[in-house]
Design a protein around this ligand. Structure first.
Ligand code: FAD
Length: 502
């Protein structure tokens, strides 16, 4: 019987344990399941779904070169998925489905149902660890619990990784024997890519041999502009080129440049890591190669970058250990009593980049135009929303998810809960970034501001961070949405009044 690699958020051939296991077992075919209604329900961004599709086009070519057929099923959402997949396995004589684990709760429920459905046909689902450096649940405190604080977690990871550094799996070779031909298809309608649009009929399953068209992925939503797509070229080769260029040009200075949104000091690999076009192991391996294999000594730039990879790891492990994080719950339940303001106008101004605080507005416009935002600015805008505007962090989390090309439940939720001081390893609630001082410190010449707020371009480096009223009027830039001092005090009071250890 055949074996199946079920592709999810692991859009790569290299260092892919699920694909590797499938190929070792039997003639392999690959499958991706298009579930537009599910993606809408999860609030996945159009730019991200489009990125998946573009990466699938690259993957289809690479798989064809290796004699591995790539199939597509289109179903509406995950309620229809288990039966559709079980039928596909029957039709294609598949005995084992291999996939890399996904830790969010809906994903885990989906996999449990898939496994149960397959079992009825004497087929199995085998999950592999392809998403993280270390298996969630294996990096634990002395009491056997998941760490809630980053620093000891990172220390424990480093100890493990020093003794057993990752050895990324190589690209697979072509398979010599292709999978057995499918049985006569029944139930599922076969279609060329151009017919896949019928998949939006609930309960309808469509099978295709080519990457379905944009409408099958995005429904009626408008695809991103070519200019945006050009920022994020698809495919493993493009991802590795970016990793190599970063390692050669910027990694050594990462520790000093990483907080500067006006510089190109970070890797911009997050979309590739989130979609699994690159693995964390490949990134770590590349970083170690640039540092004579050292994790804890040598280049400070490399060590700091590895710490960022471990933040990613930390949030994945937390998500695996705490299903509540997938359900919009704060890590600190007492913070649910914060009297969040119902302020639709303020939220809209924040989303649209019209708050009158240049660094916040420039960051929000960077997000809209590129699908990405610099990490320092993610913290600035998240604290501004949840603390100065006292708007529920979940509104910001959802907006990020709807707009980020690297939107990832674990990192996004972790970043928002950290910024809003509701998380496991939260910044203390009394720490509230002042957007103006952050702007002066991390974009001293106002170069980043001028890129995203051309209306402020005439202002000099001193004025641009907080223009005077007269300058705002003249340049058509809004007055500040709130008073930073007053709103800071309001937040301190709101958080300070909470019962329990906020
Ligand atoms: P680099 O600085 O080059 O770091 C390398 C990689 O490490 C990143 O690509 C990313 O995978 C990981 N990483 C770095 N910093 C963090 C971090 N703080 N937490 C988790 N992983 C990290 N990252 C996402 O990938 N998806 C998100 O949806 C996301 N939402 C965020 C929301 C908020 C409010 C905050 C504060 C942070 C969020 N981050 C998210 C983390 C971080 O901002 C991005 O990973 C980073 O900006 C991506 O840029 P880069 O690839 O150049 O990162």
């Amino acid at each position: 019987r055949n074996t199946l690699w079920w592709i999810r958020s692991d859009l790569r051939l290299g260092d892919n344990p699920a694909l590797d296991a499938a190929l070792q077992e039997a003639p392999t075919l690959a499958l991706f399941i298009v579930t537009p209604a599910q993606w809408r329900a999860h609030g996945d961004a159009v730019v991200k779904i489009d990125f998946w599709r573009r990466n699938l086009l690259a993957l289809a070519a690479a798989l064809a070169d290796r004699g591995i057929p790539l199939k597509f099923l289109s179903v509406d959402d995950w309620t229809a998925l288990p039966r559709a997949l079980a039928r596909f396995c029957r039709d294609h004589d598949v005995a084992t489905v291999h996939a890399n684990v996904e830790w969010a709760i809906n994903e885990r429920r989906r996999d449990t149902e898939v496994a149960a459905c397959l079992e009825q046909d004497q087929a199995t689902l085998t999950l592999h660890q392809g998403a993280t450096l270390l298996t969630p649940g294996t990096v634990v405190t002395g009491k056997g619990e998941c760490y809630k604080v980053f620093t000891p977690f990172a220390r424990a990871c480093r100890e493990r990784l020093i003794t057993a550094p990752p050895r990324p799996l190589p690209l697979p070779r072509a398979q010599t024997r292709g999978p057995r031909a499918p049985r006569a298809l029944h139930g599922a309608q076969t279609a060329g890519a151009d017919h896949v649009r019928h998949a939006d009929r609930p309960g309808h399953v469509i099978e295709a041999d080519a990457v379905p068209d944009e409408a099958a992925f995005l429904g009626r939503r408008k695809p991103p502009a070519d200019k945006l797509r050009d920022l994020w070229p698809a495919g493993e080769e493009a991802a590795h080129r970016r990793l190599d260029a970063f390692a050669a040009d910027a990694l050594a200075a990462y520790d000093t440049e990483r907080d500067r949104p006006d510089r190109d000091g970070t890797s911009r690999l997050s979309p590739y890591l989130a979609a699994g076009v690159l693995s964390a192991g490949q990134c770590l391996h590349r970083a170690l190669a640039a540092n004579h294999g050292e994790i804890d000594s040598g280049s400070q730039g490399v060590r700091t970058w590895i710490t960022e990879l471990l933040w990613r790891e930390f949030y994945q492990h937390l998500l695996a250990a705490h299903p509540a994080l997938s359900m919009h719950r704060p890590m600190r339940p007492e913070t649910d009593a914060v009297p969040w303001r119902d302020a639709a106008g303020d939220l809209e101004a924040w989303r649209a980049g019209r708050t009158g605080f240049p660094i916040v507005d420039a960051a929000m416009r960077q997000l809209a135009a590129t699908g990405w935002m610099h990490n320092r600015l993610r913290m600035v805008v998240a604290m501004f929303l949840s603390k100065n505007l006292l708007i529920d962090w979940r509104a910001g989390e959802a907006w990020f998810m709807e707009n980020l090309i690297d939107g990832d439940l674990a990192a996004n939720n972790g970043g928002w809960q950290w910024s809003a001081s509701t998380g496991a390893d939260a910044v203390p609630y009394f720490r509230i970034f002042n957007p103006e001082s952050q702007s002066r410190k991390f974009d001293p010449q106002g170069q980043f501001l001028r890129t995203w707020l051309p209306e402020l371009a005439p202002l000099d480096a001193r004025a641009i961070h907080a223009p005077a009223s007269e300058q705002r009027r003249r340049l058509g830039y809004p007055e500040p949405l709130c008073d930073l001092k007053e709103t800071r005090l309001r937040a301190l009071e709101a958080y300070g009044n909470l019962r329990g250890p906020a």
